[in-house]
Design a protein. Structure first.
Length: 544
């Protein structure tokens, strides 16, 4: 998966940047001229690739501020073209013909599809990125889904209404100007077409930036899971892994210099990668749906399984066809590059060894963030309930060098005075992220650890008590196996007030709590639990 994804991210960068240079050359034909055997458009592509890499490596917020306005602008541009098409040519839907899927027409069909996909990838990802910065996980998910509907809906309307106009008004044999630019010039009054070209440039650059951000997060996950050397996953001063991006930009620049900047050069590989990823996604979704359907069979779930299975079969069939028809045009490269990357990942994993369970888990989260954008993690209790079982707590095992360092700290008396540490848990993975640091502090100081959970009396039903007792017992057993004295307590009432009373009664020295629990809210500034504890307690509170 990582090997295919790495190749596809790089191809996304290549195709998007190539299309962007084509947009620029539409307005400045001088770029098609050459100096010392190298076209000016190649030099422009190299410069803009370096600039995009530099921008992405300054963090996702900088990229959002740079490309965010282009998201709204391109949607406005597409709707202007829709209305202009209806006004000038009337309402005409495209004719459907199976000849579009017969060679040699298939190459134009796939080429058009890939161009649209490259543009909309950048738009959709950055639309989601804007939505990802505010609100709860549920709110961010709703915003992301809403933006997806808007973007895909606009795309569908544009293809259905503007598509026939592009076909009738443009000359595809004109190699100097792309058909989209020709259509803008025909449909829109000046100077809007020139603004449209500028918008297209920013959107295509955003697609390249999105692929680079995806590679950043992929590298973070692979580093924690020991599939790449740690140096490749190191974060820079802006908190992102910059080395993989520069590696991608280097590959892209070499391709531009030796292969040129015509996007057709890379479309075969890109098309193959798109369908491979789509096929993998379809089969993965079907597997999950089957697992859920086994737990609780319903007509809706059976229908979803059948529909997904049909989509998986059709997509896989299309993938086989694409591979067969594009094999000599570049698809063969997958049989070369994927084994090489797979071998490199395997070698690194064997050399570094199996990671600790918590690092493998966190690496899995990092590597699954799309383009750098996560929209909150679901409650593990709910997720595991869908799978028919409750997720077992993580067993936190620290590497030998960490233990040696903690022993050195202990011998030098750099941390002393903690005898009793309290950690608050509610059964969620969010709250459980306090356990590794609590365990380490107890190992260093020899302190006793108490795991506390509480709910208000009106909610303190027996089922919850039994469930929490089972959960805390398992957590305590895992921690006790590391040589730490641990006990667990379940009480009823406001967790903040229960914690205060317990601290006073038991002489607790330190309370460790995460900034979010089962609700997923980061409630430090919203008068949540962590904020209340700081006001109620007169002992140190460690906020994870």
């Amino acid at each position: 998966n990582a090997a295919i994804t790495f190749i596809e991210y790089t191809l996304t960068f290549l195709v998007s940047m190539s299309a962007m240079v084509t947009f620029i050359a539409d307005r400045f034909p001088l770029l098609n001229e050459a100096v010392l055997g190298i076209q000016y458009r190649t030099l422009a592509a190299v410069f803009l690739s370096l600039f995009t890499g530099w921008l992405v490596n300054r963090g996702p917020k900088i990229a959002t501020r740079t490309f965010g306005p282009a998201t709204a602008a391109v949607l406005l541009l597409l709707w202007l073209m829709v209305f202009a098409t209806i006004y000038k040519t009337g309402f005409h839907l495209p004719q459907f013909s199976f000849q579009a899927f017969v060679w040699p027409n298939l190459q134009f069909t796939i080429g058009g599809y890939i161009r649209i996909l490259a543009v909309m990838t950048g738009i959709e990802v950055f639309a989601n990125l804007v939505a990802a910065y505010g609100g709860t996980a549920a709110e961010k998910s709703r915003k992301a889904f809403g933006s997806l509907l808007i973007v895909m809906g606009t795309t569908a309307v544009t293809m259905l209404i503007v598509g026939p106009a592009i076909f009738s008004l443009t000359n595809p044999s004109n190699s100097e100007i792309s058909v989209f630019t020709q259509a803008m010039d025909q449909l829109l009054p000046a100077p809007i077409p020139y603004l449209g070209s500028l918008i297209g440039i920013f959107v295509l650059m955003s697609a390249s930036a999105a692929s680079a951000q995806g590679l950043q997060n992929l590298a973070l996950g692979l580093k924690e899971r020991h599939y790449i050397p740690a140096m490749l996953g190191e974060r820079n001063q802006y908190g992102v892994a910059d080395k993989p991006v520069w590696l991608e930009v280097g590959v892209v620049c070499i391709c531009f210099i030796f292969l040129g900047t015509r996007e057709e050069t890379f479309l075969s590989l890109y098309a193959v990668g798109v369908f491979v990823l789509l096929s993998m996604t379809c089969w993965a979704v079907m597997k999950r749906l089957i697992r859920e359907a086994r737990q609780q069979i319903s007509v809706t779930k059976v229908g979803l399984v059948v529909g997904t299975a049909l989509a998986a079969v059709l997509t896989t069939g299309a993938t086989v066809i694409i591979f067969a028809e594009r094999f000599l045009e570049g698809a063969w490269a997958y049989f070369l590059f994927i084994p090489i990357l797979y071998a490199a990942f395997t070698y690194t994993r064997r050399r570094l060894g199996i990671p600790s369970p918590e690092m493998d888990y966190l690496g899995h989260i990092d590597s699954n963030l799309l383009g750098g954008f996560g929209f909150g993690q679901s409650d593990p209790k709910q997720s595991s309930a869908q799978n028919g079982e409750r997720r077992a707590p993580l067993k936190f095992a620290w590497k030998p060098e960490y233990i040696q360092e903690s022993n050195a700290i202990k011998e030098n008396n750099q941390i002393e005075g903690f005898k009793h540490v309290l950690t608050l848990l509610d059964g969620s993975t969010n709250a459980a992220q306090a356990l590794p640091i609590a365990q380490l502090i107890c190992q260093i100081t020899g302190a006793e650890l108490t795991l506390l959970s509480s709910r208000r009396d009106d909610n303190g039903d027996q089922d919850w008590v039994s469930e929490m007792e089972s959960y805390l017992s398992r957590v305590a057993k895992n921690i006790e196996a590391e040589g730490i004295r641990v006990n667990h307590v379940i009480q009823h009432g406001s967790l903040a007030e229960v914690t205060r009373d317990f601290v006073v009664e038991k002489g607790v020295d330190l309370v460790i709590v995460t900034r979010s629990g089962r609700s997923g809210e980061r409630n430090w500034l919203k008068n949540g639990l962590s904020s209340k504890l700081v006001h109620l307690l007169d002992i140190p509170v460690l906020l994870v």
